[in-house]
Design a protein around this ligand. Structure first.
Ligand SMILES: [Zn+2]
Length: 447
């Protein structure tokens, strides 16, 4: 067996001067990737013996992979563990400070750029009022300005290894191309159509000189939920913002479906051909009665305004947005609470079918509605339990997501790819992914 390991420049190396090193075999990179992935699950640290047992690797192999991971800065010593008789074992943990990631979350009317560590902890961020309802060229130009500024204003931080972007529209994950919602493809008009086919991934990669991964916002939200310590292997993530969407995690993996359209619940026609006109060009879609957009319409009716001094004040000071309704419910405004209770009931109809079919361990409610707080998860949980058998609901937890789930999930998407065996095999001999041309020009983002 040939010596498998490569030495690498110390972490924090800002230059990307390639160090001529032999590329280790794919089998060795696979073991390294598995070892790092295993350590990521134990923030308190993991011992050599545990790694050896879990990965079914000999102690020598574990030692060599550990040495490489430490040289890369990706693992660091975590003190001593609990003794089981002899000397307390040395522990190792994933080091999220080895590099930084740039994250871009494009929402409906706003976007956020942020700089995170490898675990998704936000080191700096900036948000601005512009999203998928605006022109893609302009949004991307501003996004690049913000991402570049974030990187430039932190020379003290370790180098940036990659970029994760998410957007509330379907994405073909194989190459990161943006595709129209299923309904728009069948002839309806959609306000996200101008983004269809827009080369977001290559624009970002060329301008920033970094590898970029792009996915549908619902998928990165679902990924963020799935990677929480102790999260169930099967879960649903409902995003309720201006629009409605759902991400699905099955056996710990994001489920995308045959045409990247899984979880596209917004445009299920609920009322035959009647009902309100939808942005997809049809009538009576679920989103016309269950979405932030539908709540905004309901919040400006004379009846709602009369009964809520909270909404009346907002209406006078420049218009009501769904975020106001979410916040109003958290603050106990009765009209906002009623709007969300009605939304919870409508959502429970769809969730009853999905949870009965799929039997997830968790339903997470996030997107803009995260601001509504526990009130909303309680309402959805109660409505759902009324509609399904105890067998479906007894192990089902309904919880609120976090406001930063999109950023955390987009970061996770990038680190999962960068630290996968296939991608590590490309950059390992360079010591870091920085400046590795093959990562910038690679068309496939799922390989
Ligand atoms: Zn529709």
């Amino acid at each position: 067996m040939q010596p498998p390991d490569t030495s690498a420049p110390a972490r924090g190396t800002k230059t990307s001067t390639p160090v001529p090193l032999r590329t280790p075999s794919f089998a060795h990179v696979s073991q390294l990737a598995e070892l790092i992935a295993e350590a990521r699950q134990y923030p308190q640290g993991v011992s050599r013996a545990d790694l050896s047992e879990t990965l079914t690797l000999g102690r020598n192999a574990v030692d060599r992979r550990l040495k490489t991971a430490v040289e890369l800065g990706l693992l660091s010593p975590a003190g001593r563990g609990v003794s089981t008789g002899g000397r307390a074992p040395e522990m190792w943990r994933f080091n999220p400070s080895a590099a930084t990631i740039l994250v871009l979350s494009i929402s409906y009317r706003s976007s956020t750029a942020s700089l995170t560590d490898l675990s998704g902890a936000i080191l700096d961020r900036v948000s601005w009022e512009e999203g998928i309802l605006s022109d893609p060229q302009t949004v991307t130009r501003h996004a690049l300005e913000h991402l570049t500024a974030l990187r430039d204003r932190h020379p003290e931080l370790p180098p940036t290894w990659g970029v994760g972007a998410c957007i509330p529209t379907a994405v073909d994950f194989r190459d990161g191309s943006l595709i129209a919602p299923a309904t728009a493809r069948t002839g309806g008009a959609s306000d996200t159509l101008s983004w269809t086919g827009f080369p977001l991934r290559s624009r970002l990669a060329q301008a920033l000189g970094l590898p970029v991964w792009v996915d549908d916002e619902v998928n990165v939200l679902a990924l963020a939920a799935a990677k929480r310590i102790g999260a169930p292997q099967d879960l649903l993530y409902v995003r309720l913002s201006l629009g409605l969407g759902m991400g699905i995690v099955s056996r710990g993996q994001v489920h995308r479906g045959a045409a990247a359209a899984s979880g596209e619940i917004a445009h299920i026609q609920m009322t035959g051909s009647g009902g309100r006109a939808c942005r997809c060009g049809r009538k009576g879609c679920l989103e016309t009665t269950l979405s932030g957009g539908a709540m905004e319409e309901a919040a400006v009716t004379p009846q709602a305004l009369k009964r809520s001094s909270y909404l009346r004040r907002l209406d006078e000071s420049g218009g009501i947005r769904c975020e106001h309704v979410f916040r109003g419910a958290a603050e106990g405004d009765p009209v906002c609470m009623r709007l969300l209770t009605e939304a919870a009931d409508r959502l429970s109809v769809v969730l009853a079918v999905l949870t009965t079919t799929y039997n997830p361990g968790e339903v997470v409610l996030g997107g803009g509605v995260a601001e509504a707080g526990e009130f909303f998860s309680r309402a959805v949980g109660q409505a759902l339990r009324r509609r399904v058998l105890p067998a479906t609901s007894e192990r089902l937890r309904v919880r609120m997501g976090n406001e930063d789930d999109a950023l955390a999930g987009a970061c996770r998407m990038v680190t999962d790819r960068l630290l996968s065996a296939h991608v590590m095999h490309v950059w390992l001999s360079h010591g870091s992914p920085v400046g590795v041309q093959e990562l910038l020009t690679h068309r496939r983002q799922d390989a």
